[in-house]
Design a protein. Structure first.
Length: 243
């Protein structure tokens, strides 16, 4: 059996429960996917791959070199999505300069004391290799799930999406929250394992494990590439969304 990223974090009892209770069954792909790039911004990735402790000196939300490794795996999925005319969504997580739109988050962590989350700055831009194009859908959000307080669901209905391919960060935060909500709305949820990242290694591994158990298919990005490559070019989208 192929070793998974979470295996080293599970107890023997965890492994026995997983096997006996039948968690982790594959949900499979649908017919009309969308690719979703969650918060792959400079304030999470850094301006270049570097050790996380060094990167934290510039960006408190830095996720280490794993972020840029994930970007390398997202790029070919993005290219395929555009080739097949599949909707591409981005979240843009940014705040007003006074941070009042963060609500209670300011009191929970240190982001309120710095300006690397301010809207319109370099820090909150999507990294250049994944830069959005005019036809892509960019959604600003202020809470972990992209479904909360946004028009995301309306777009998914309009494009008749049945499968969400989730990439980005953080595994334990915005990606997880969006995955659980997507599952709750009866979308098939797919997470290409190499395209997700988090600043905490344990949180990353255990959240992928839990998502794979109950809410999503956490599978190699190569499988997702094969799936996208086998799709026909979608030609029924509004003109402005077509590549």
């Amino acid at each position: 059996m192929t070793k998974r990223i979470w295996d080293d974090f599970l107890t023997e009892r965890d492994k026995q429960v997983y096997a006996q209770a039948g968690y982790g069954k594959r949900g499979g792909f649908g017919k009309r996917p969308a690719l979703f790039i969650i918060d792959v911004q400079y304030n999470f990735c850094g301006d270049k791959p570097e050790d996380i402790l060094e990167g934290l000196k510039q960006y408190r939300t830095h996720c280490g070199p794993e972020a840029w490794a994930a970007v390398e795996h997202i790029v070919p999925l993005l290219e395929l999505a555009r080739e097949k005319n599949i909707p591409v969504f981005y979240t843009e997580s940014a705040r007003r300069p006074d941070m009042i739109d963060s609500g209670v988050q300011v009191g929970k962590n240190h982001r309120g004391a710095e300006k690397t989350s301010t809207e319109g700055t370099h820090a909150t831009q999507t990294v250049a290799p994944l830069a959005p194009r005019p036809q892509d859908i960019r959604i600003g959000k202020r809470k972990p799930s992209c479904f909360f307080g946004t028009i995301f669901m309306s777009h998914l209905n309009f494009f008749d999406v049945d499968t969400l391919i989730l990439t980005g960060c953080t595994t334990s935060g915005c990606l997880r929250a969006t995955a659980v909500d997507a599952y709750s709305y009866n979308f098939k949820v797919v997470i290409p394992e190499e395209t997700a990242f988090d600043r905490f290694q344990a949180s990353h591994a255990i959240n992928l494990f839990d998502l794979n158990c109950k809410y999503a298919d956490v599978i190699p990005s190569a499988e997702v590439k094969d799936y996208l490559g086998g799709l026909a070019v979608r030609d029924d989208l509004p003109t402005g969304v077509q590549g």
